[in-house]
Design a protein around this ligand. Structure first.
Ligand code: PSU
Ligand code: MN
Length: 301
């Protein structure tokens, strides 16, 4: 196991000194944003976490190694190579056994983070129950991971490519709390609001840390969703983004896109149809989440 789980120097030192650490995923780099914005954003997000007194640990599989903390060259490689698999829980053993390269989803990043002893993770949006899931059964493995793995995930809610109502129902069934940071309303990634409420509103990183600590102290295993709305100035208009998402969903249906290709297809279409407006919002919300995650990690340590 020790030669499969490999720490960067920076993260190894942070662990030895018991510094707060924030995990970051890599699917957003390889499959979520175009080059060069993906690599640029990944580096800036790491820098932001350092500036808040925590240590970033971007996670990916390189040559079959589960890397906890990446060099700038590795970030560049993930952001440019076409040879990167999207890796969720199901795919992890294949990519490790075959010594391939993989970008980790929220689920796979949670798994690697937990193995590495890291319990706070910042991302953009989580996967969830897809619209039409009553026909397709398309439910992201991210939700099942949140049900069982002890990592708090800071995100901007979930995109309305998903059925947000069913996603909340699924999380409730599995005992995953959805916390709103300074909001009562579940944010919908590009917009600060949705028709749904979060389970509990907490207004500071300290209160969120206290909640997380209490959950695990009670022996209640599993993750926590911390929903942090996109900054106001970067928000996209709800009716605008909704019509674009509906267009993308229609195209996915017509092209019979299924399985793990669905989410990357939808993300790519939304990006193209918004002519880059969604990318700007995406970058802003990821940075916003990184800052909150660093504050929570500090409060926890
Ligand atoms: N949603 C986004 N951006 C993303 C993803 C989801 O708004 O980049 C990525 C994350 O890595 C997430 C994954 O874990 O897609 C979910 O994929 P799937 O639906 O195939 O489980
Ligand atoms: Mn899916």
């Amino acid at each position: 196991m020790n030669d499969i789980l490999v720490f960067s120097e920076e993260v190894a030192a942070a662990k030895a000194e018991r510094k707060p650490i924030v995990a970051l995923e890599s699917t957003i780099i390889s499959h979520g944003m175009p080059y060069p914005e993906n690599v640029q954003t990944a580096k800036e997000v790491e820098q932001l976490i350092r500036s808040r007194g925590a240590v970033p640990a971007t996670i990916a599989i390189i040559d079959g190694k589960m890397k906890i903390g990446l060099t700038d060259d590795e970030l560049e490689f993930l952001g440019t190579s076409r040879d990167i698999e999207k890796v969720s829980r199901r795919d992890l053993p294949y990519v490790v056994a075959k010594k391939k390269h993989g970008a980790t989803t929220v689920a796979a990043t949670m798994i690697c983070a937990a193995m590495a002893g890291i319990n706070v993770f910042a991302t953009g949006g989580i996967g969830g129950v897809h619209r039409g899931a009553e026909r397709t059964m398309d439910i992201s493995a991210d939700l099942q991971e949140l049900a069982q793995t002890n990592v708090a995930v800071v995100c901007a809610g979930a995109k309305s490519i998903l059925d947000l109502g069913l996603t909340l129902e699924y999380l409730e069934t599995h005992g995953v709390p959805v916390l709103g940071y300074q909001t009562d309303i579940l944010p919908a990634f590009y917009s600060r609001t949705s028709p749904f409420r979060v389970d509990y509103r907490l207004d500071s990183a300290e209160e969120i840390a206290q909640f997380i600590e209490t959950k695990w102290a009670l022996g209640l295993d599993g993750g926590i969703v911390v929903a942090n709305p996109v900054p106001q100035e970067d928000e996209l208009e709800e009716s605008y983004i909704t019509s674009i998402i509906e267009q993308a969903l229609k195209e996915a249906e017509e092209k019979h896109i299924t399985g793990k290709a669905v989410t990357p297809f939808l993300l790519d279409r939304v990006k193209t149809l918004t002519e880059g407006k969604s990318l700007k919002a995406n970058i802003a919300l990821v940075k916003n989440n990184a800052v909150l995650a660093a504050d929570i990690a500090r409060a926890l340590s």
